[in-house]
Design a protein around this ligand. Structure first.
Ligand code: C2O
Ligand code: CU
Length: 469
């Protein structure tokens, strides 16, 4: 219930039930407001409102055009790519730098770029109609922003995502800390995607089918890391690696299994965690990122990295340990950032409830949020700087990785049970019929998209917008 609704309900109580109820009700409101102030104080600039700036200008030109990539050895798969690369050029900058990226559209349809997880000015967010006009074939658009947070991010098309992402229009974006607490021997980004191929190793041209929309989107039959079926890292015992995982798949969820290796998750969706987490405890849903700190063990050998989300194990990549020992093995990993505990938020009232549902229409499926298929429905309104609690309710069986643009949030409960995640997120997976409550303090003004990151669900209407003012 919004505050307006609470007041309206109280007014009714006051008319019908007498003064005492009303006063009692107002007391509750005060309590709720003082609780919110405590939660806001607890946030304590966990991440900054505005970027620090003061860095360099990092310029890049991104040409979106048809190209080919060698997913299966010896055969060229037709894709759409930035600068003929899938993933697109790896963008790396240091916190404080400004990124100026010029998109040139050489596709036969409109496109845009969204900088997933980066808190950009609203008009740089790449959402067609909401934050910019789609970039037509032959046209260009200049994106310029100064990322306020270090971490692992990615960029991707935000037009016709069920086809444009599936064809390969995405890339990695890493913002480094000016001084990292740990001196890593290697800093590696793994962008994970799956592909649905037909004969000749070409992409199945039936994108966004009713079946994809009615289930968990399009799941491929091969999964690649950086478009390779055999991605391999070679490392020496005692080396310390930072491994940045990004799920760019349209629908597939991964759960990483490192076998005998014991890396720890040190960042989720970009921001550092306040304590290390075992990777086996976290899903890597479409849109999510996990940063791992891995100390390479003493024993030489070949270690498999696999996905076990569906129960069986599927190898994604390999880490080969060889050569002489260079440093300490089994280093203790520490948490870094201050993430508010927000356990007090369990008592705060829910400000907004969003129910996700599907409807079958003429042998097809549409997706709605509170009954509306995007762009129908009204934008939600959030107050800048105010602790806000949102309840996400999956009334369906399919999975929904819910992504909010322009803001980070923290998961508070799952199916009514408190959860203690030591991290913020920008994307949270809702499993079948699951309810998740999140808390956030909106800091970035503008109209932002909230949607399911399963591209086929989003394209079938599972989006809404949130105005922060
Ligand atoms: Cu990566 Cu609107 O999404
Ligand atoms: Cu969904």
């Amino acid at each position: 219930m919004s505050r307006v609704h609470v007041l309206a309900a109280l007014a009714l109580v006051a008319v019908g039930g007498g003064l005492w109820f009303a006063l009692d009700g107002l007391g509750l409101i005060d309590q709720n407001e003082s609780l919110r102030s405590e939660l806001e104080a607890e946030f304590d600039d966990a991440y900054p409102e505005a970027p620090a700036g003061g860095g360099e200008l990092v310029e890049i030109s991104l040409v979106a055009a048809p190209s080919t990539v060698e997913l299966v050895e010896g055969s060229a798969t037709d894709v759409w790519a930035y600068n003929d690369l899938v993933p697109g050029p790896a963008i790396r900058a240091t916190l404080g730098d400004t990124i100026r990226a010029t998109l040139h559209n050489e596709l036969s349809e409109p496109t845009t770029i969204h900088w997933h997880g980066i808190r950009v000015p609203n008009n740089m967010d790449g959402v067609p109609e909401l934050s910019q006009a789609p970039v037509e074939p032959g046209q260009s658009f200049v994106y310029e922003f100064t990322p306020p947070d270090a971490g692992t991010y990615w960029y991707h098309s935000h037009v016709n995502g069920s086809e444009q992402l599936e064809r390969g229009l995405y890339g990695t974006l890493v913002i480094e800390q000016p001084q990292s607490q740990v001196d890593y021997d290697n800093d590696i980004t793994w962008l994970i995607d799956d592909w649905l191929l037909i004969e000749d190793n070409q992409l199945d041209p039936a994108f966004n089918t009713p079946d994809d929309r009615g289930h968990n989107g399009r799941w491929g039959d091969i999964a690649t890391v950086n478009s390779s079926l055999s991605e391999t890292i070679r490392a020496q015992p005692g080396e310390r690696l930072r491994l940045r995982l990004i799920n760019a798949s349209n629908g597939r969820v991964y759960r990483m299994d490192f076998g005998e290796l014991t890396p720890k998750v040190i960042a989720v969706d970009g921001l550092a965690t306040s304590r290390p987490i075992d990777p086996g405890e976290l899903n890597l849903a479409p849109g999510n990122r996990l940063d791992l700190d891995l100390s390479v063990p003493e024993n030489p050998g070949t270690y498999a990295v696999s996905d076990v989300y569906l129960g069986m194990s599927r190898q994604l990549a390999t880490i080969v340990v060889e050569g002489p020992t260079t440093g300490d093995v089994n280093v203790e990993v520490a948490g870094h950032s201050a993430v508010p505990d927000w356990s007090g938020a369990l008592d705060a009232s829910v400000d907004i409830e969003l129910a996700f549902e599907t409807q079958s229409v003429d042998d097809d499926w549409i997706w709605t949020i509170n009954g509306d298929q995007f762009p129908d429905g009204q934008p939600l309104e959030l107050d800048h700087g105010r602790f806000t609690k949102i309840k996400l309710v999956n009334l369906s069986h399919p999975l929904h990785p819910i992504h909010l643009h322009g803001q980070f949030f923290k998961v508070l409960t799952r199916n009514g049970e408190p959860v203690d995640e030591p991290n913020f997120r920008d994307t949270v997976l809702l499993e079948a019929r699951e309810t998740v409550e999140i808390g956030l303090i909106p800091l970035d003004r503008g109209e932002w998209l909230l949607h399911c990151h399963i591209q086929e669900h989003a394209d079938a209407g599972m989006m809404t917008s949130v105005i922060v003012s």
